[in-house]
Design a protein around this ligand. Sequence first.
Ligand SMILES: NC(=O)c1ccc[n+]([C@@H]2O[C@H](COP(=O)([O-])OP(=O)(O)OC[C@H]3O[C@@H](n4cnc5c(N)ncnc54)[C@H](OP(=O)(O)O)[C@@H]3O)[C@@H](O)[C@H]2O)c1
Length: 241
Amino acid sequence: MKTVLITGANKSIGYETAKVLLKQGYFVYIGSRDAGKGEEAVLQLKAEGLTEAKAIQLNVTDPESVAAAARQVDQLDILINNAGISGAFPQPAATVDVGVLREVFDTNFFGTIQVTQAFLPLLKQSSAPVIVNVTSGLGSLTLHSDPSWRFYPYKSAGYGPSKSALNAYTISLAYELREAGFKVNAVDPGFTSTDFNHHTGTGTVESAALFVAKYATLQADGPSGKFFSNDYEDMGNESPW
Ligand SMILES: NC(=O)c1ccc[n+]([C@@H]2O[C@H](COP(=O)([O-])OP(=O)(O)OC[C@H]3O[C@@H](n4cnc5c(N)ncnc54)[C@H](OP(=O)(O)O)[C@@H]3O)[C@@H](O)[C@H]2O)c1
C-alpha cells in the first residue's frame, strides 16, 4: 500500500487532503504538532470509515520532533509539506517586526526543508517518490509585479517571501532529484476558506484538497520542478514563479 505523510494534517487543507488520499486507497500519516489533535483527527477519519490513517506527532520547527517522526515511519512514497503559518498581520516591508518574519520563515521555509531532509532517505526507497510543497500564489514574484493581478495589493514582507523562498527551494530540490525518479512540485491550493485567513478565502477545502492530491499522485510521466495553482485554471493551472 502506498504511504503518504502530510504535515499539519489535523485540520483544514491538510486534513481534507488526507481524506481524498485515504479514499483513493493510500495509507496516510496524519502529521500534527499537537499529538492530541492528531489522534482526534484520526478518530474522525475512522468514524467516516477511513481506517488506514495513523497520527504522528510532528512539529516542523522542532528538530527532535521531526527526527522522532522519521524514526516511526518505515515506508514513504509521498511527502506533502502542508504545515504553514501566516504570522501576525499586517507585515509592512518598512516596519514589520523581524521576529515575526523569523517565525514565519522558521515554519514555512526552514521547517519544510528540515522535514524534507529527514524523510528523503525513505522517499528514495520508493519506486515513485513524490514531494508536494504547499505554497501560495502570494509567493509569486512575477504576479506580485503585475498591477493587474487580482491579489496585487496583498503584499506581505513575511508570508509571501517565505513561500517565494520555498518555491526557490522546490526548484533546487527538483533539479537535484531529477534523475532519481522524483516528482517535486510547488502547489498552491488557492485562496481557501480556513482558519488560516479567518475563513475569508473564496475556495473550499474540498477543492483545495483535490488539487493538492492531484499533484501528490503524479505518475511517472508527470511534471516536476513546476509551480501549480488552483487559482489559475485559465493558465492550465501553471503559475509563473
Ligand atoms: N488557506 C489559504 O487560502 C491558503 C492559500 C494558499 C496556500 N495556503 C497554504 O496551505 C497550507 C495549509 O493552510 P490552511 O489554510 O489549511 O491553514 P490552517 O487552517 O491554519 O492549518 C495549518 C495547519 O498547519 C499546522 N501547523 C502550523 N505550524 C506548524 C508546525 N510548526 N508544525 C506542524 N504543523 C504546523 C497547523 O497546526 P495547528 O492546528 O496545531 O495550528 C494546522 O494543522 C499552508 O502551507 C498555507 O500557507 C493556504
